[in-house]
Design a protein around this ligand. Structure first.
Ligand code: SF4
Length: 396
């Protein structure tokens, strides 16, 4: 992209499908945030408001980068919907998506259709054994994989992702962190492999250890490390550059104003959601949650054998009891029986729910809300119309 492009990052996902050893998941993705900030995840509507405010200040050309705090393709529907919103509202901006590439092959076509122009693919190394020093595990579906086999899968998905991205007309920039103790002396080899994959551009970024990560004590990349790494990479790809991480929101607004803008947008949408949605009332004073541990909303309604029931006594939200759900099987009768069991529950929260149970329970006056792996406490407070604190990564 031209050097003067203003990059605005939209944090669309807090989830991630890999675990980099240099990542601290209390902060933004280490590939896209240079200084370890923690962003709120924005819904499509929140992104629209955020962008509208920022684009008033931004000098064109502008790149809107769909990014973390985690991996955008771990929440593909939200990512596509946000891309479509940006493309429709701002036909002239360049849209990029930052990704670790594990899920890219399945989504390159959809990204292009949604209006994305460019993929910023993070690749930590191209050698499986060195890569294992930088990535602890990957997650495909519900399965976690470690070791060389997992790294082979990640690399093969990244390579395939580049091919599919290019096939769909997406410009592909690969971002490589220069980690002095692991990959710095292999930059020519890395660049050669990436060139072979067919990437359009290569950006090297300096590794900065995050204290609470597995590589918290590793040596950061110095200016000399970066110059050496760049020279090696350029011996293969002369256009390689030292890239910039992060976005320009703070430089557009100032740190305090950027935080105030984000806070205002989150508060506005929480207030709207609360007034939009039926809250527990006198006849139905309880909220039910499908959870495995009482900490997170992490159980699909179809798999829930027990639901935790919460009550709200003048703002004091407490666990009231646990209730068994009807046995699995039995089709729609199971959901009618559940509606009976929950006749005093207004809101039921689960990590997933099929259309049938949602319809049957809604007919009986139960508002089923689906959140993906959200903190239980925040979700319950939210259901009671109490402003939750913390990061918003649920969806409805
Ligand atoms: S891709 Fe790696 S650095 Fe980025 S959020 Fe996922 S685990 Fe963290």
């Amino acid at each position: 992209m031209p050097p003067h492009t203003t990059r605005i990052k939209l944090p669309v996902s807090a989830l991630c499908n890999v675990q980099c050893r240099f990542c601290d998941r209390n902060m933004d993705c280490a590939y896209t945030a240079p200084n370890g900030v923690a962003s709120e995840t924005l819904s499509v509507q929140e992104s629209a408001r955020y962008l509208a405010a920022l684009l008033e200040k931004a000098e064109p050309p502008v790149e809107v980068c769909l990014s973390g705090s985690g991996e955008p393709l771990a929440r593909p529907e939200e990512t596509m919907a946000t891309a479509r919103m940006v493309r429709k509202a701002y036909p002239d901006v360049r849209i990029s998506v930052a990704t670790n590439g594990l899920a890219l092959p399945g989504y390159a076509h959809d990204l292009a259709e949604a209006g994305v122009d460019c993929v910023r693919l993070s690749v930590a190394d191209v050698d499986p054994s060195r890569l294992g020093g930088l990535v602890a595990f990957i997650r495909t579906g519900k399965r976690s994989m470690r070791g060389d086999d997992a790294m082979q899968v990640l690399l093969s998905q990244q390579k395939k992702g580049v091919a599919e991205a290019r096939h769909n007309g997406l410009y592909t920039t690969v971002v490589v962190p220069v980690v002095p103790e692991i990959n710095k002396d292999h930059m020519a080899e890395i660049a050669a492999t990436l060139k072979d994959w067919g990437v359009d551009a290569l950006e090297l970024v300096p590794f900065e250890p995050r204290e609470k990560s597995g590589l918290g004590k590793a040596r950061p990349a110095t200016k000399e490390d970066m110059e050496e790494a760049l020279m090696a990479a350029r011996s293969v790809m002369p256009s390689a550059i030292i890239g910039s991480l992060g976005g320009d929101v703070v430089s557009l607004l100032g740190e305090e104003n950027a935080a105030t803008l984000l806070r205002g947008i989150k508060l506005a949408s929480q207030a709207e959601a609360v007034t939009d949605r039926p809250m527990p009332d006198l006849d139905r004073p309880y909220v039910a949650v499908a959870t495995s541990d009482g900490e997170a909303v992490d159980v699909h309604l179809g798999h829930a054998e027990t639901l935790l029931i919460y009550s709200n006594d003048n703002g004091l939200v407490t666990l009231h009891e646990a209730r068994k759900t009807p046995p699995r099987g039995g089709g729609d009768n199971r959901w009618s029986a559940l509606a009976e069991i929950l006749s005093d529950v207004k809101v039921l929260i689960a990590a997933g729910a099929g259309d049938n149970p949602r319809t049957i329970l809604a007919d009986k006056g139960i508002d089923v809300r689906v959140y993906e792996d959200a903190p239980l406490q925040g979700a319950v407070l939210y259901a009671f119309g109490i402003k939750p604190k913390g990061r918003g990564k649920g969806k409805q």
